[in-house]
Design a protein around this ligand. Sequence first.
Ligand code: BES
Ligand code: ZN
Ligand code: ZN
Length: 485
Amino acid sequence: MQWTIRTAPQPSEILPLLVVPVFMGDKALKDYPVVSDDFDAKFGKTQLLYTDPAMGAARVLLVGLGERKAFSIIRLQRALGIATIAAQSKKLTTFGILMHEAFFKKCKPLVLGEHIARAVKGAAYSYDAYKSNEERHVAAIEAVTLLQVPAVRRTAIERGLVAGTSIANAITLVRDLGNTPPMIMTPTKLAEAAMDVASEYPKTVKCEVMDREQMLELGMGGVLGVAAGSAEPPKFIVMEYNNTPKAGAPIVLVGKGITFDSGGISIKPADKMDEMKFDMLGGATVIGTIAAVAALQLRVRVIGLIPATENLPGGSAYRPGDILRTMSGKTIEVLNTDAEGRIILADALSYAAKLKPRMCVDLATLTGACVVALGTERAGLFSQDTKVTNLIEAAAAYSGDQVWRMPLGEEYSEAIVSEIADVKNISGRDGSSSAAAAFLAEFVDYPWAHLDIAGTAWNMKSKPWLRAGATGHGVHLMVEFLRLV
Ligand code: BES
Ligand code: ZN
Ligand code: ZN
């Protein structure tokens, strides 16, 4: 995707489409006198106009920004996403965006550039790999021109576009990994994706993949227990990005990598089981985040840990009633084989403890209850560490990847005490997202936050600014978190 920045109208240029964002109450624009008086500019509303090419564009798309006072980074991302998808639906691969002065008031030009690249590339994405009829493939956006950019903002916007492109590429990677059918996206394949990132950035990224034997040596009875029913070999992926002179205490990111969650012996209902191919998106987000920080060359040391396995029933599968011994030595009474995420994360969080992390964040599509509580736009944030919490909330405000605080506390920790082992893997239905988080907390002795991304990691229905499938929510969030630490 080619970006061009124009500080003044280019008389010789006729764009196939000019996107004109409009607030409610905006008057007609000086260089582009499109009448917007009868366009109510409600947020997300669009109106396509066929115009006189003499004004520099063959078509104009008005995009409603809603009320000026309600304008936000999220509205900016969505408005540009809506415009991008509208362009694609007209099979237009090139367009211009008239940069509203309010964009520059909302954020610094560097940040603006980053959000524009993320929004346009994110909206343009479509997973078409398995559609044989090319007619059904979405047209790739080739070139976007930003118009009426004040000359003094130009370089900063350009730098922002470069950074935003790196982030958008990482988001694309995560979405591709998630959308790939589970017969292909096995633990082995996920590990290959992590290795590919390391080969792309050989100077800063390393990747090691542990197999069953190595996990056995480390005593990872949790991952191995969950993996027992699958013919696909489990993998424990360790990635390291280091771009600091000294190898100080790392930031550790942990991601749930269940490449298919059937529920195991406690099998899930058939309805929606297909969605459980997305149960590796925590792990994919960690891989994507490391790819993004490597492209951005951030001055940090990050270690990514991804326990990866399928969760399937079968003659060798783990059972309700089994007791698993984890790497920490703590034992888990399995009461439901569908609460497998916390079991594999227990080993990963114990592995993290050996790395003495400065901070650790895990990302996991952990509980259906979190989707019930928060819906699909906000990830659950569970932490008792003020510093990590503040950093994540700041990163969420910056990136537009929203989070919402959820509680940890002794009532949840009590709910997962087992009668015959150290912990049990389910409590009751009540407060079960917090009980799952409290379970994870049993394996943590360092500053830590848990992000339950069950609701945000994928959508089953397309939104006007984002097509259905994996969303990549969490990549921009983690990149900004790593910029702030
Ligand atoms: N991967 C699921 C969580 C999930 C369910 C995410 C639906 C997104 C949509 C997880 O492994 C799971 O099955 N959790 C169970 C836990 C229960 C058995 C205590 C759940 O949430 O129902
Ligand atoms: Zn499950
Ligand atoms: Zn799961």
